[in-house]
Design a protein around this ligand. Sequence first.
Ligand code: ZN
Length: 466
Amino acid sequence: MEVGDRDQGLSIYRRWRPRRFSQVVGQRLVVETLRRAVAQGRLAHAYLFSGQRGVGKTSVARILARAVNCLAPQEGEPCNECENCRRILSGRSLDVVEIDGASNRGIDQIRKLREEVGYVPAGARYKVYIIDEVHMLTGEAFNALLKTLEEPPPHVIFIFATTEPHKVPPTVLSRCQAFEFSPIPEQVIREKVLEIAQKEGIEIEGEAAELIARRAGGSLRDAEVLLEQLSQGGKITAEQVVELLGLPRVAEVDGFLSALLEKDAGAALGTVENLAFRGRDLGLFLEEAAARARDRVIEGDARFIPLARRLLQLRAELPRAVSPRLHLEIEILSLCGPPAGPTAEAEEPQEGQPQGDPWRAMLTAILEERPSVAAFLAPAKAELTDGVLTVRLPRDCRFHYESLLEPEVRSYLEETAQQFFGALLLVDIRWEGREDEGPSLEERAELVARALEGRIIKEGEDAGTG
Ligand SMILES: [Zn+2]
């Protein structure tokens, strides 16, 4: 039985499942070694195939099971046409047994295996046991298995597949010939997606294939399943993939990276605001940004080295941040410095006023003293009219707004603003949304406060002593 039979949307995956070693995508070293071993009759009693999901472990196990039993093998490849090959391909062979280590039938199947293993194969040369997700077997099942592995009958071959080889007991590992399956490179997946699409008569844009390959994260199976799902609606466009998978747009990611390089906090924060507004996953966005920064480094652009490193680190931190958005905004500010304020652009500096851009200078100072307050202010537009500094928060920044209204934060802001804007009468904090819209952010405020606890406590101490 095919592992994927119970799942939906797997017909492309099944049709394109490799049937010969030479058809396996992206595991050249592994399949060449196995093919030669079969051709030369140098077979091990037990193999361990490790690697992430969707990289071909089970497919290769099945090819190997046929290759060792084929009546007319060609240089180690199964012919897929002889009686043995056909029986195994159709799942009717009693001599090739697949056990799913993740199912709770595992132990029963291993017990059965121990009883059967002594008998000679029914029709084939070898009895082949393929145990998928072998690390999931219970201790009891492992012990039963080990007894067989210690004195393996000559006509038995075990093929263990696992995504987590470190969970396989060393006593079992030491009796296996181990093969590590690598994640399949994006470029290779992209080409395969294009090839499959062409042969299946699916119209697809090159960029769409690229996005699918990237999203598949090294798993050809994931790419094939995605291709199948996306093909239901006619031609596959990049826009469609972006929408359906909630992926970041390439141009948007590149714009974000340029903004960070040019230390344009306003543009970088604008991107984050836009993503948040569209309900996009910031983690996915950062992953894409980190991947593209890494690509630039590989292409030889050294400016991206620290950026790529920082983005990867940030990507790892994000799931632990209670407010990923705020976490990202603080990071943008510390990478770029605060954004330029519109006030300075609109007004000529007057005598007696601080030179340059007072809003930006103020944010720089706040960023030094209290990074979270700087993050609350970062998306704001500021305007100085008749001694009133109006700070406007965009509609989707209700939390930023509410945080700035905290009495302690507000008075800190007023005091600081006095230092940077000459004759200041008032700081007017506004929000462009309506109080009655959207979910209440009180609970979130609580959570975010906890997320920022480290900084807040530190700031509290600073405020206390200074
Ligand atoms: Zn054959």
